[in-house]
Design a protein around this ligand. Structure first.
Ligand SMILES: [Zn+2]
Length: 274
């Protein structure tokens, strides 16, 4: 029995917090290196996105290219392992910092998308919503030349497009109010909606322990739950490659890939099923 296995056996109700490390095996790149530093330019800032048309053109041009692969990403073994944990009745709540919806696609039901979801867009003027998939078709129709381009994938459905004149990129406004359309994700500098924070707070308070999977916890919106739970005396285990912001708070640190560290959950399931 691994120390992580023992931790999970000892704590029947877990508050699970997941991050980018869960989705790297699905082909979605991580933001940060082993020391928690940015691997590339930090993601777009909310205030700048709302203020500058040029930032929105650049964002949507890159996103249009990046979406092709991001939109087709599939859940991997880590997502499936966490579904097993839920089916054992051990997940009080799974709070994810990912915006890819892969936990839900794998079959997890007790999930909160702390930072929203990239598969929907919404109007900042009238809150009208539409599937990202439909918005993608609008982008492609208006920008047929750009649709031919390919670029290295970046996190969150972004793509590395350098050296193009984004001023030519045509971003459709909201068809109802002409407002600014934005992916339904929490950008940097934007607050996480209060009801999500409250639901997560209720859940960690009800849980026996916290399990962090694939997050360096560098972003405060996720870190604060771990910090608060640790202060309240809840044990915290983290599966993450490299340093996390919460290292000093951890009861157990597993410096392995999520896929490897959680393999026992999938094995138990195949034994039970077979
Ligand atoms: Zn609108």
């Amino acid at each position: 029995m691994t120390p992580l296995q023992r931790f999970i056996e000892q704590h029947p109700r877990l508050f699970v917090l997941t991050g980018a490390g869960c989705s790297t095996d699905s082909g979605i790149p991580d933001y940060r290196d082993r020391d928690g530093r940015w691997k590339r330019t930090p993601p777009v800032d909310y205030g700048v996105f709302m203020r500058e048309a040029s930032t929105r053109q650049r964002y949507w041009a890159r996103s249009m290219i990046g979406w092709r692969r991001f939109g087709g990403a599939l859940p991997n073994g880590t997502h499936h392992a966490l579904v097993q944990l839920e089916q054992r009745g051990q997940v009080e709540l799974l709070v994810t910092q990912n915006v890819d919806r892969l936990h839900q696609r794998a079959g997890s039901e007790r999930v909160i998308d702390l930072h929203g979801r990239l598969d929907e867009v919404r109007c900042m003027g009238c809150d009208w919503r539409l599937p990202r998939h439909t918005f993608q078709q609008w982008l492609v129709q208006r920008n047929p030349d750009w649709a031919q381009l390919d670029a290295a994938d970046a996190p969150d459905g972004d793509a590395d497009l350098v050296g193009y004149d984004f001023a030519r990129f045509d971003v459709p406004p909201c068809p109802l109010c002409d407002g600014i359309v934005k992916p339904d994700v929490v950008f940097f500098g934007e607050a996480v909606p209060r009801e999500r924070v409250e639901a997560a707070t209720v859940a960690w308070q009800a849980a026996d322990a916290v399990l962090v999977v694939g997050s360096s916890l560098m972003v405060y919106s996720g870190y604060r739950f771990v910090d608060a739970a640790a202060r309240a005396g809840k044990p915290v285990a983290a599966v993450s490659l490299g340093r996390t912001r919460a290292d000093a708070l951890l009861t157990l640190k597993v410096d392995e890939s999520c896929h490897e560290a959680l393999a026992f959950l999938r094995e138990q399931f195949s034994t039970a099923a077979g």
